[in-house]
Write a protein that binds this ligand. Structure first.
Ligand SMILES: Nc1ncnc2c1ncn2[C@@H]1O[C@H](COP(=O)(O)OP(=O)(O)OP(=O)(O)O)[C@@H](O)[C@H]1O
Ligand SMILES: [Mg+2]
Length: 259
């Protein structure tokens, strides 16, 4: 992947559902969206606007009704279920809105899940997983099970799992919804550090929080499955999250787009 070749590209992507009354309803309808390597794009929009649908399509969890989706040069929309499973394991770090930790595995095993399921022998995955847990303030919880953690702690484990093994795409669905402000910034900083020009990892982050969105390079607003507006934060300058002026810019844009 070199130059300006997009890391993620969607063309004429639609995802329809039956609304229960026999009518087709478009959960997502995107004419074009391109995300460059190293770019973090925040996705905002009211509940039901298609944010999770977009992330699930890019991550190969769901399939579009029509259109094409390419990720890291791979045509995800043309893959069968088996190919998508391999694609997800090798390329995607997904932070689910509902965490989806494996209850029978410990915290450190959950973080290293991709290595464990792909059959990496021994405990070679453990040191890397412990580094992430340390950064997330969860080192001492490594050998506990998810049901022994609070909601915010579980969310941080899900973040660690998504960032483990340097995926080419990080898809974060409301990654800070259950966190206090200190842990929110720790998680956003980790996501931001994982995605950037140096790493070539790119990402999409669905959020309702202007502060979280201010960590992104660009914010897109969805309504009824369509992109209705976007804000470039770092077109010609490095991102300056934590800068109150920058935060303010995002907040006023949220207000202007009535989101
Ligand atoms: N399996 C499904 N069957 C039918 N409709 C669905 C299904 N999954 C999602 N939808 C519909 O698609 C639309 C978009 O849903 P989506 O989950 O993408 O919204 P969202 O923006 O993530 O919302 P939230 O902020 O509440 O998480 C909604 O109208 C939802 O009801
Ligand atoms: Mg959602």
């Amino acid at each position: 992947m070199t130059g300006n070749f997009p890391a993620i590209s969607l063309k004429n992507v639609r995802r329809h559902y039956d609304d229960g009354a026999g009518n087709e309803k478009a959960a997502l309808d995107i004419v074009e969206l391109e995300i460059r390597p190293g770019e973090l794009v925040a996705v905002i929009g009211p509940s039901g606007s298609g944010k999770s649908t977009l992330l699930q399509l890019v991550g190969g969890i769901d399939s579009p009704t029509a259109g094409s989706i390419d990720v890291s040069g791979l045509c995800v929309s043309g893959m069968d279920e088996k190919q998508k499973t391999i694609f997800r394991r090798e390329n995607v770090g997904f932070i689910f809105q509902a965490f989806h930790l494996v209850p029978s595995m410990t915290v450190v095993e959950n973080v290293a899940l991709s290595s464990i399921v792909s059959g990496q022998r021994g405990l070679r995955w453990r040191p890397d997983a412990l580094v992430l847990l340390d950064q997330l303030g969860l080192f001492e919880y490594a050998d506990r099970f998810p049901d022994q953690l609070s909601g915010g702690q579980r969310q941080r484990v899900a973040v660690g799992r998504a960032l483990f093994g340097t995926p080419s795409v990080v898809l974060a669905d409301e990654p800070t919804g259950s966190l206090d402000s200190k842990n929110r910034d720790i998680v956003l900083r980790l996501i931001r550090d994982a995605i950037g020009d140096d790493s070539r990892t790119s990402g999409l982050m669905a959020t309702h929080d202007p502060h979280a969105a201010s960590y992104a390079d660009r914010i897109i607003a969805l309504r009824d499955g369509k992109i209705i507006d976007q804000l470039h934060l770092t077109l010609n300058a490095p991102h300056q999250e934590g800068d109150s002026h920058h935060d303010e810019r995002v907040r006023s844009w949220f207000a202007a787009t009535s989101l």
